[in-house]
Design a binder for this molecule. Structure first.
Ligand code: FAQ
Length: 314
């Protein structure tokens, strides 16, 4: 009886913190479902950053100049850093990074659909920065106000770096559209391939999103998938115009009454296929991640042995 009352009291306190828009910290009691939802989202987010190194990483050795190589190396390294902050945030919820990595490579946890598309030309490096990091920022800035403290704080630093990434992508595209006809065509061709997958990053439409309403009630998500997708379209159309690039949607038009751009429905069957493992690069991405993890075994062993030795000297 007392245990039930205690649980109710703890639940009440948790709800008060959420209602007051304050932060839940690792030491605080939280409902098991809240903890599970956070582990799911933060782990998926961390996996996305780590798998997200692969498409652009593919171009590091083929960058067209030393300057472009240095920029790309720094960006890909930042993504590794984001993965580390996010795994650390997930660990405050009582899970272990090794366990999360295992769930990634065995397909038990997801990562963002966007990284299952290949980067086929150097214009893709610019378009990934512009559209993919642009969509990531739209989605992630509200996560800086997430009700779970360690995730919210990790997102502040990540968002600062993501906006820098978005600008480097746009700067690369500006250089290319001011170059030759062939370079302008590369930018257009890359935009055509990445536009729809970028819109899908925000998740399924609200009517088909099983997690949104509960995550919003808990203050984990602050906006619905469709709200953020609209925000991204509104933000991106003028940027495309400034680049002189056409977005591949004949339904795209300013709607005076709504004060937003109208746009066509993405192909949701494609999103479902990519999420469930049938995207163009799913198998390759996981195989590469697994190989890198296996080859790093000796590094982890050496680091653990060194840590044990340091500990025994104290
Ligand atoms: N891909 O009920 P919802 C980056 C899953 S940015 C794969 O709407 P939720 C930076 C979803 O997990 C990319 N799966 O789910 C970068 C759920 O499955 P589950 C990462 C998706 O959680 C840039 C099911 O569908 N950003 O890495 C996708 O409320 C450049 C039902 O969906 C984040 O992770 C998808 N697109 O909303 C790096 C941001 N969409 O778990 C390198 C944080 C949905 O029940 C280069 N995450 N699913 O089995 C979020 O904001 C949310 O988790 C959403 C999904 C919005 C992604």
């Amino acid at each position: 009886m007392t245990a039930t009352l205690d649980e109710q009291e703890l639940q009440g306190r948790f709800e008060d913190v959420i209602a007051a828009d304050q932060r839940i910290e690792p030491r605080d009691w939280m409902p098991e479902a809240y903890r599970r939802t956070l582990v799911r989202q933060i782990a998926q987010h961390a996996h996305s950053e780590i798998i997200g190194m692969q498409p652009e990483g593919n171009w590091i050795l083929r960058a067209p100049s030393l300057r472009r190589k240095a920029i790309l190396l720094a960006k890909v390294q930042d993504e590794a850093g984001h993965g580390m902050y996010l795994y650390a945030a997930a660990e405050t919820l009582g899970v272990d990074r090794a366990e999360l990595t295992d769930k990634l490579v065995t397909g038990k946890q997801k990562y963002s659909s966007i990284f299952n598309y290949p980067a086929l030309s150097y214009a893709d490096v610019g378009v990934i920065g512009w559209l993919v990091d642009g969509a990531a920022i739209c989605n992630q800035v509200p996560l800086c106000r997430c009700s779970y403290g360690p995730y919210a704080r990790a997102m502040i630093r990540i968002c600062k770096e993501e906006s820098f990434h978005q600008r480097q992508g746009y700067e690369l595209l500006l250089a290319m559209v001011n170059g030759t006809d062939a370079q302008r065509e590369m930018v257009q061709e890359s935009t055509n391939r990445f536009w729809w997958p970028s819109l899908m990053m925000f998740g399924p439409p609200d009517a088909d999103s099983p997690n949104t309403s509960q995550s919003m009630a808990w203050g984990i998500k602050r906006h619905t998938n469709d709200e953020l997708r609209q925000r991204f379209v509104d933000m991106t159309v003028p940027q495309a115009e400034a680049l002189g690039i056409t977005l591949p949607d004949p339904g795209l038009a300013w709607n005076e009454e709504r004060g937003h751009y109208d746009f066509s429905e993405p192909d949701w069957t494609e999103l479902q296929a990519v999420i469930s493992g049938s995207g163009p690069c799913n198998a390759q991405r996981i195989a590469h991640r697994k190989r890198a993890h296996d080859e790093g075994e000796w590094v982890r062993e050496a680091a653990a042995a060194y840590a044990r030795k340091q500990e025994s000297r104290r």
